[in-house]
Design a protein around this ligand. Sequence first.
Ligand SMILES: [Zn+2]
Ligand SMILES: [Zn+2]
Length: 373
Amino acid sequence: MSKDHYNTLGISKDASDDEIKKAFRKLAHKYHPDKGGGDEAKFKEINEAYQILSDKQKRAQYDQFGSAFEGAGGGASAGFGGFDFSGFSGGGPGGVKFEFGGDGGGFGDIFGDIFGGGGGEGRRQQQERGNDVSVDVEISLEEAVTDTERDVNLHLSSVCSKCDGSGAELGSNIKSCRTCSGTGQVKKEKRTILGVFAQMEICQDCQGQGEKPEKNCSKCGGDGRTKESRNIKIKIPAGIATGQTIRLSGQGEVGFRPKSGKSVPGDLYLTVHIKPHQIFKRNGDDIIYNLEINFSQAVFGDKIEVQTLQGKIKLKIPAGIQSGKIIKLKDKGLPHLQGRGKGNMFVVIIIKTPEKLSKKQKRLFEELKKEGL
Ligand SMILES: [Zn+2]
Ligand SMILES: [Zn+2]
């Protein structure tokens, strides 16, 4: 049987790799057996042509020896036995995702390259485990002093309210999957240059659950889950710092047909960010605060009201304090995360030199000057 692979793909003999890929992609979409007007025989022929022409070595051989090479090499045409075309059924609304059981000599990878990532949330992409979800939350430094709570509203895959997560339409039963005889696995043949190997794979019909609804739920399409707005209360522990992440096990998206008990939900990861504070700097669990005082306060000492994370306190400034001196306020920092004890607050004294003086102030400072101050 002589075939012209270039003709099959509708390209010229000097077509570039890119042109081959494009032509194949277009034709594969047009003829793929699951589509209206699809043609399995034609599709196989296109695959065959592509498998040879997309492989530099095979293409060179084909160009040199023509179809004769196929009979001798046996690689390409025989390789299609490994593909399961039933795998094309059930494309989701986002488009069809191509999945091949056997890789037929690297073909699966090429498919992935061309079609991968393009699919929406097609039913072929269902996973037994729900997706992990991550969110960012911003809190104030004051909020980090004590345990705090946040409500986050997330749009997540949740248990379908109509079927309660079973995936079955009302009145329809869950039955053992016929494709895999209830085992959840199917045997696939993998062809390699060393021969044919049998490989067990997860049954795509039941996603490895071994059972499926007789009739799919009309709301979730048998998935057992739908996207819903979910309000989740998250407890944020005292002492948390920017960039730290809280993991809430099982609070992510629900898995495939959650009621079956055979899938697990994903986790929710919450990353905390602390808003920069107007007057405080954080250093670990310590707080640093610059306090400006004037000359006379430094000379005579004073009692000044200062803000701390725990509220206002009266701070005693000793007489004769120097600029740059640090006053430590014990335990006025942040609590250690999940531990005992607290950080401290450090008040850095800054003596402010007056820049504009009234006539009277000027006269007084001149007096001081005469006194050597
Ligand atoms: Zn449902
Ligand atoms: Zn099955």
